[in-house]
Design a protein around this ligand. Structure first.
Ligand SMILES: NC(=O)c1ccc[n+]([C@@H]2O[C@H](COP(=O)([O-])OP(=O)(O)OC[C@H]3O[C@@H](n4cnc5c(N)ncnc54)[C@H](OP(=O)(O)O)[C@@H]3O)[C@@H](O)[C@H]2O)c1
Length: 332
C-alpha cells in the first residue's frame, strides 16, 4: 500500500499527537489546518511536508486520501468540514464525542443524516472514535468474554481538569456546597451525556436491548482542602467538579452505568478508567494515569485502515472489525 496522504484538521493537543503517530506509521501529513497560523510552532518533523492552512484553503489542493478531524466535537461544529471532506473524496476519522453513536436520538440527528448522505454519495466513509472506541467499547467487550453471568456493568472515568491550566477553573463549578450546586442549576443535564452516547454501541454488541435510561449530574465534593496549581484552594466539603452519570436499563435485566468525573485531583490521585462487571465471576479492570489525549490520537490513526476499507457513509464502531494496534499504515 502506498503511504496514505493525510490532512490533520485541527492541530491542537490531539491533532499534534495524531500527526506524529500517523507519520511514525508511515503516512505523509500533507496539510494541517488551524483557525489562525499566527504564533504557532509547526517545526515538528511530521509537519515538514505539510502545508499549514487556515480553513479557506480547499481540501482538493492537497491530493489527500484521509482527513483526521480533531478541531471540534459537537456535530454542528464538524458538519461543514465533514461535507467539504466528502465532496473532496476523503475518508474521515473524527474525534467527535457526539458523533460516536451517530444516529442516536439527538438534536443534531438531521445534521448527521446530511453528513451520511454526502459520504454515501461520494463513496467515502466517516467514523467518530477515540477513548470511546478503545476504553469504553473494546475493553469492556473483551472483559465480558470472561463473564459467565452478568448482572451489571459499571464504567467510571476521570477527566483531570488540572491538566487544562487556570481557565479550567471557570469551566467546572468549584467551591460550591451541594445545595449551591443544585440551586445554581448545575445538576440539570445538558446535551447528551458522554456515556449516554458511548454506551449504546456496547449495549448493541452485547446483544442487549435498551429499555430506558436515567441521567443525572451530581456534585463531586472534596473531602479536604484541595490546593490547585493556580494557587486557588477548594475548601473541604465543596465541589471540585461534577459527575455526569448515565444508567441504562435493559430488557435482559442487566444494568449498565457510566460515570464521567470532570474534576480536579489531589496530588496523589491520577486520572483513571475502570470497568466493573458484576455477576459470576465479578471482574474489574483499572487503568491508572489515564492518558486521554494520547489514547484518542492513537485510536484515530489505528482506525484508518478500517475506515478506508469500510462501506460508504457514516459508520459506528460496532459495525467495524474490533479495533487494534497497527504497527504500520503501509502494511495493508
Ligand atoms: N473522542 C475522544 O475520545 C476525545 C478525546 C479528547 C478530545 N476530544 C475532542 O477533541 C477536540 C479537540 O481537542 P484538543 O484538546 O486537541 O483541542 P485544542 O487543543 O483546543 O485544539 C483545537 C485545534 O483545532 C483548531 N480549530 C478549532 N476550530 C477550528 C475551526 N473551526 N477550523 C479550523 N481549525 C479549528 C484550533 O486552531 P487554533 O489553535 O487556531 O484555534 C486548534 O488547532 C475537542 O472537541 C475534544 O472534545 C475527543
Amino acid at each position: 500500500m502506498k503511504a496514505p496522504r493525510i490532512i490533520v484538521y485541527g492541530l491542537g493537543s490531539v491533532g499534534q499527537r495524531a500527526a506524529r503517530i500517523a507519520h511514525q506509521k508511515g503516512a505523509e501529513v500533507v496539510a494541517a489546518y488551524m483557525r489562525s497560523t499566527q504564533g504557532k510552532d509547526v517545526s515538528a518533523p511530521e509537519l515538514a511536508r505539510a502545508r499549514i492552512c487556515t480553513p479557506d484553503v480547499p481540501f482538493r489542493d492537497h491530493g489527500a486520501d484521509v482527513l483526521i478531524m480533531t478541531h471540534a466535537s459537537q456535530v454542528r461544529d464538524i458538519h461543514a468540514v465533514a461535507l467539504q471532506a466528502a465532496k473532496a473524496g476523503l475518508d474521515v476519522v473524527s474525534v467527535s464525542n457526539e458523533a460516536y453513536d451517530p444516529f442516536m436520538p439527538a438534536e443534531e440527528l438531521g445534521l448527521m443524516q446530511e453528513i451520511d448522505a454526502a459520504f454515501r454519495a461520494a463513496g467515502k466513509s466517516f467514523l467518530a472514535c477515540g477513548v470511546q472506541d478503545s476504553f469504553w467499547y473494546c475493553q469492556p467487550l473483551g472483559l465480558s468474554l470472561a463473564a459467565g453471568r452478568i448482572s451489571a456493568v459499571t464504567g467510571e472515568c476521570t477527566a483531570d481538569m488540572g491538566l487544562f491550566g487556570p481557565a479550567a477553573t471557570t469551566k467546572v463549578p468549584i467551591g460550591l456546597t451541594a445545595e449551591e450546586f443544585q440551586a445554581r442549576g448545575h445538576a440539570i443535564p445538558k446535551g447528551n451525556g458522554i456515556f449516554e452516547v458511548a454506551m449504546r454501541p456496547l449495549i448493541r454488541s452485547l446483544g442487549l436491548v435498551e429499555k430506558g435510561l436515567q441521567r443525572e449530574v451530581r456534585p463531586h465534593l472534596s473531602d479536604r482542602d484541595l490546593l490547585l496549581k493556580s494557587g486557588q484552594t477548594i475548601p473541604a466539603g465543596t465541589t471540585r467538579g461534577y459527575v455526569d452519570s448515565t444508567v441504562f436499563a435493559t430488557r435482559e435485566g442487566i444494568k449498565l452505568t457510566g460515570n464521567f468525573y470532570v474534576t480536579f485531583l489531589y496530588s496523589e490521585e491520577t486520572a483513571t478508567n475502570q470497568w466493573v462487571i458484576d455477576g459470576d465471576p465479578k471482574i474489574n479492570m483499572l487503568t491508572q494515569n489515564f492518558p486521554g489525549d494520547d489514547i484518542t490520537a492513537a485510536v484515530v490513526v489505528n482506525r484508518i485502515p478500517d475506515v478506508v476499507a469500510a462501506r460508504a457513509g457514516v459508520l459506528c464502531v460496532d459495525e467495524l472489525p474490533e479495533g487494534r494496534y497497527r504497527h504500520s499504515l503501509l502494511a495493508e
